[in-house]
Write a new protein. Structure first.
Ligand SMILES: [Zn+2]
Lengths: 99, 501
């Protein structure tokens, strides 16, 4: 029973801004399906009383004091930017929505 | 998109539909540093000077949670009568937009730090509406974009955009209500009053500047309409970033009239984000709303879970200040105010000022009298809010105490206040500089009294004969000679003493 459709792969590719060809859509749909089924097997051995694990380290409450630490200068911040203007990162026009 | 929008008459909307609201308020915390890095959070700095590898999303940078931000989130949750999670995580909300350099926002998804609360909201006429709170969760703010090349600085027609990431990563708490139903015609007013009440609460907690004009408090209003005979909610729109209390009310009202016109015309409402247009009080279509699946939330691997101990939660509960609503009730009782008087003081923005003046030693009656009469007039004539007058409650209390100990008459006190407002310094300094002290030195007064008696011997004679009422003329002469700085009552006593009456 395939759980990942071709359309879902196309949708995910769009969300991830990946250029995926028509042929790849079929390929990835099959591969992703296998991956999902493999991962789903975990659910068969993990019982209700076992919480899903997101972190490998048994830590909680790792906090930082609210103290200012020096960061980057404007020049350093913009150094790797493809384009900058007036101390700001310059990006191509944003389509679709007003921020 | 710019076609004329049909609106339905408001009364007709209410005959046919019930409005359903959901309000999302984002509040920027006033911590010194950002949510996940040590960059400062001050408003108005030069662009990209409050940034570091973490908030710029540079490769290899690792976030660490700001403890005070978590404490503030818990305090907000407690003040909103929420349960506090015993264990919760951050999650990545994935989307591509230049205002978020990491390409994801670190937020919370299905495990908010606070949930299931409520906030009582008092409307103008005293009616109380209990708004249920769904959740309050922690996240980070985005950067600010500037659109260049468009006629109005808007995105439409812009050739490119400029990004400043000083705000990216500033701690943000998103407070989400459950659906608010059954408010009918008062829905817009309930929306405004809720945001106002929440603002006062956050201010009392001292967790944020709550400046809507600077964006440290922002409201998104979800509005839908339910036909009178319907059993399910209608499709909602979300109007974003409504930047004043008045705009919250206008935005809700506008959406109600806009959606109703579409629905009776057989149309359907698109689930979309809309933008509030301050100038016309209207809303404009934005993007179609993504479904939450599209954000592909997953637990943030770089941050370990947060598990507030119950001891910590109780410690934080103990730091909660008196809530604004309780405070108002207490003040009303202590100052013996009617509901109307209290509401007038609230509307005039005078309650905090009077309370601070009382705390500085003045009696409630005197403090209230100064703020609602002379100082209100001064604020009016300057065209500023009462709180923005350049005089502090402590200074007002000082003036009041100078009246109480006889150093100033009411008339002189007003001059002292004028001096403080004019920037001449503390009340004592103004008294000194302007020479406003009541002449209380009896020897100076005796001289003035003797002189006045000598210049009006016929009046002096009458007083000696026991016609005490005649003393008024001498009092007047002495007051004139001392330029009004004598205590008239004391002058009268001295005159009678001199005349042996
Ligand atoms: Zn930073």
């Amino acid at each position: 029973m395939p759980s990942i459709s071709r359309d879902e792969v196309a949708h995910l590719a769009r969300l991830a801004r990946l250029a995926v060809t028509e042929a790849e859509l079929d390929l990835f749909a099959g591969q992703l399906d296998q991956i999902v089924q493999a991962v789903a097997q975990v659910g068969q051995v993990a019982d209700q009383d076992i919480p899903p694990t997101s972190h490998a380290v048994p830590l909680t409450n790792v906090f930082r004091r609210d103290l200012v630490r020096p960061g980057l200068t404007q020049q350093q911040a913009l150094a790797a930017a493809p384009a900058a203007e007036d101390g700001r990162f310059r990006v191509p026009r944003i389509l679709g929505e007003e921020a | 998109m710019s076609a004329t929008v049909e609106l339905m008459d408001y009364d007709e909307v209410l005959e046919r539909f019930d409005p359903v609201l959901g309000l999302e308020v984002h509040v920027e915390l006033n911590t010194h540093t950002k949510m996940f890095c040590g960059c400062p959070t001050g408003f108005g700095a030069e662009p990209n000077t409050q940034v570091c590898p973490v908030c710029l999303g540079l490769p290899g940078a690792l976030p660490v949670v700001n403890e005070i931000a978590v404490a503030s989130a818990i305090r907000i949750g407690l003040a909103l009568n929420c349960e506090i999670a015993t264990w919760c995580r951050f999650a990545r909300k994935n989307y591509f937009y230049p205002d978020m350099p990491k390409n994801f926002q670190t937020s919370q998804y299905d495990e908010p730090i606070a949930f299931n609360g409520w906030l009582d909201v008092t409307l103008d006429d005293g009616e109380v509406v209990r708004v249920q709170i769904e959740r309050a969760h922690m996240e980070e703010d985005t950067g600010k974009s500037l659109h260049v090349g468009g006629a109005t600085g808007r995105i439409h027609g812009a050739e490119h955009s400029l990004l400043d990431y000083n705000r990216a990563g500033v701690p943000l708490i998103e407070i989400v209500t459950k659906t608010i139903e059954g408010t009918g015609a008062r829905a817009p007013e309930v929306a405004r009053a809720y945001v106002a009440t929440l603002r006062d609460l956050l201010k009392a907690l001292d967790v944020s500047d709550v400046r809507m004009d600077q964006g440290s408090l922002r409201c998104d209003a979800n509005v839908s309409l339910m036909a009178k005979d319907a059993t399910e909610f209608g499709t909602r729109t979300e109007t974003k970033n409504v930047n004043s209390l008045r705009s919250v009310e206008r935005a809700v009202r506008h959406e109600m009239t806009r959606q109703a016109a579409i629905l009776v015309d057989g149309g359907s409402i698109l689930q979309e984000t809309r933008h509030f247009e301050e100038a016309g009080g209207t809303t404009r279509a934005g993007r179609r709303k993504e479904t939450s699946e599209d954000y592909r939330y997953f637990p943030e691997p770089d941050l370990v879970p947060i598990a507030p101990t119950r001891e910590w939660v109780e410690e934080l509960r103990a730091t909660l200040p008196e809530m604004p609503e309780q405070r108002r009730k207490r003040i009303q009782a202590e100052w013996s105010l009617t509901d109307l008087e209290l509401r007038d003081l609230i509307n005039a923005g005078a309650v905090d000022l009077i309370a601070a003046t009382v705390d500085a030693g003045a009696t409630p009656a005197e403090a209230r009298s100064w703020w609602v009469s002379y100082l209100s007039q001064s604020a009016n004539s300057r065209g500023v809010e009462l709180a923005d007058l350049p005089i502090t409650p402590a200074q007002v209390a000082a003036v009041i105490s100078l009246i109480a100990d006889g150093s100033l008459t009411n008339k002189l006190a007003r001059e002292v206040v004028d001096g403080v407002l004019a920037g001449e310094g503390e009340p004592d300094e103004v008294v000194e500089k302007r020479g406003l002290k009541v002449v209380s030195d009896d020897s100076a007064l005796y001289a003035a009294v003797d002189e006045a008696l000598a210049s009006q011997p016929d009046v002096a004679e009458k007083i000696r004969e026991g016609k005490v009422a005649a003393a008024g003329a001498i009092v007047g002469a002495v007051m004139k000679a001392t330029k009004g700085q004598a205590d008239a009552k004391r002058v009268r006593e001295l005159i009678l003493e001199r005349c042996g009456a």
